[in-house]
Design a binder for this molecule. Structure first.
Ligand code: TRP
Length: 343
């Protein structure tokens, strides 16, 4: 491996995507990974797979291990470049959990209890069976961000509240113990990159959807992916026109087309003017099939060489730890721990 380019004075961007499915989907790719890849040009980037977050709900260890490799392979297939980004697995960098504990000491119980994602997730499992880990999940996420002194955190709208909490914790720590953390800004993905479920265009495309017929996975069989597009729910009328209120189904398909081809929506509307939904869906189905064909092939190649994946992830973790260890040392010192207590 070549050595990492000098960090220079570029600001830092950091994000993570949970390995909670057997594949990421088109929504993850267009809503997140494509932005992550673009940020590599301007930022010093840290991208990781939050396996510690994944164990806050019931899970299967063998499946988690496999899904973590899949996640790494798919991030690489998406264009995350290990020469430019630190790509790593969260559990490989113990400083995340160490900082989370310290932050737990300044986070309010009530403040954590107001997190809407916790409220939603714990309501699903019944709040008595929700884990303590699920409750403190946002504190670990704050540690993920603050340990790297990240300036920007690209996330979906659903994570805005967690980044807000992160900012509050950073400011609180800085105020009580002296300037220590960069206060990060959320970088919320533009509405135009948000992809919805093909069968339920009112809901965002999600790996935890009840039915998979509305979700195109990045490693779907190409024929199956095309079929999902052709069977997407469309709206009454027949005009291929972008109108998220009146035509959420067709608008979602136009968004997918535009995201895949990098063409403006108006251009695509013009191409299909006077044609039926069916024509448009067949054409889009073929584009999507080509995309998942290429993506799936690349992912499988990467997964075929786990030794190489392990090496890439180890190098990413080593790079990440250089930064993380420095921050933790400062935090431990400011916290009043006796020197020598680290690791
Ligand atoms: N909670 C995020 C999600 O579910 C994943 C995540 C964990 C994350 N730690 C992070 C995202 C730090 C950004 C920064 O999408």
């Amino acid at each position: 491996m070549h050595s990492m380019p000098e960090p220079a004075d570029r600001p830092r961007a950091l994000s993570g995507a949970q390995p909670t499915a057997d594949s990421y989907h088109l929504g993850n790719y267009f809503g997140a990974f494509k932005q992550w890849v673009a940020l590599q040009d301007e930022f010093e980037t840290f991208y990781f797979i939050p396996d510690l977050h994944a164990i806050t709900v019931e899970y299967d260890p063998a499946q988690l291990r496999e899904r973590t490799y899949i996640a790494a392979a798919q991030l690489l297939a998406s264009g995350v470049d290990p020469e430019r980004s630190a790509l790593f697995v969260q559990s490989h960098v113990p400083e995340h959990a160490q900082l989370a504990w310290v932050l737990g000491g300044i986070a309010g119980f009530g403040e954590a209890a107001r997190m809407t994602q916790f409220k939603d997730k714990s309501a699903k499992s019944g709040s008595d069976s929700a884990s303590v880990g699920l409750f403190t999940y946002p504190i670990l996420m704050a540690a993920d961000i603050l340990i790297y002194q990240a300036d920007k955190v690209p996330v979906g709208e659903d994570q805005r509240q967690h980044v807000e909490l992160t900012r509050n914790l950073a400011q609180r720590f800085n105020h009580r113990f002296g300037e220590t953390f960069t206060v990060p800004e959320p970088h919320i993905v533009k509405e135009t990159a948000k992809i919805y479920d093909l069968q339920d265009p009112g809901a965002k495309m999600s790996g935890s959807a009840v039915s998979h017929s509305g979700v195109v996975n990045l490693t779907d069989d190409p024929k199956k992916a095309a079929k999902k597009i052709r069977s997407a729910v469309t709206d009454s009328g027949s005009e291929v026109r972008f109108d998220p209120v009146e035509k959420p189904g067709i608008s979602n398909l136009l968004l997918i087309h535009s995201a895949l081809t990098d063409r403006p929506i108006a251009d695509i509307e013009a191409e299909f003017a006077g044609q039926q939904y069916g024509h448009f869906k067949v054409a889009l189905g073929e584009l999507v099939a080509d995309f998942v064909d290429t993506f799936g092939t690349r992912t499988r190649e990467l997964l075929d060489d786990k030794g190489e994946l392990d090496r890439v992830l180890a190098a990413g973790a080593a790079r990440a730890r250089e930064v993380a260890a420095q921050t933790l040392a400062t935090v431990y010192d400011r916290s009043g721990f006796v020197p020598g207590a680290i690791r």
